[in-house]
Design a protein around this ligand. Sequence first.
Ligand SMILES: [Zn+2]
Length: 137
Amino acid sequence: MSSAKRRKNEMRCPYCGSTVIYRSAEGIYRENSSGVMLYVCARYPKCDAYVRVHAGTKKPVGTMANRELRELRNKAHRTFDQIHKSGIMTREEAYMWLSNMLSLPLSQTHIGNFGEYYCEVVLKESQKLLEKAKENS
Ligand SMILES: [Zn+2]
């Protein structure tokens, strides 16, 4: 493999630029009974950026995130999920709504890839929608 090719395929930490290590979540997750695998910044725990992979693959579920962004994404996702869990929309409709609202193609509408700004918008707009639905019921 040429070095150019290797550089292209190598994942780098978006926070500090360090190399990224594929490893078990052991020692990072409080419990890892299901054997979750992660991409973790080589400077962990100094740099707290990581992302888990889809079970049984080496494919990351999103982009690497530090604690702050992970918590924001979780919060945004939990709030957004209430839209389809409460039956206001189907899951498909909810993602359509989200992609329209953010002007993103559906294929790129993954909260796991969003940075702080998009997460804040998801959170705010989802809350607004949920409140409006509550008023109308
Ligand atoms: Zn890092």
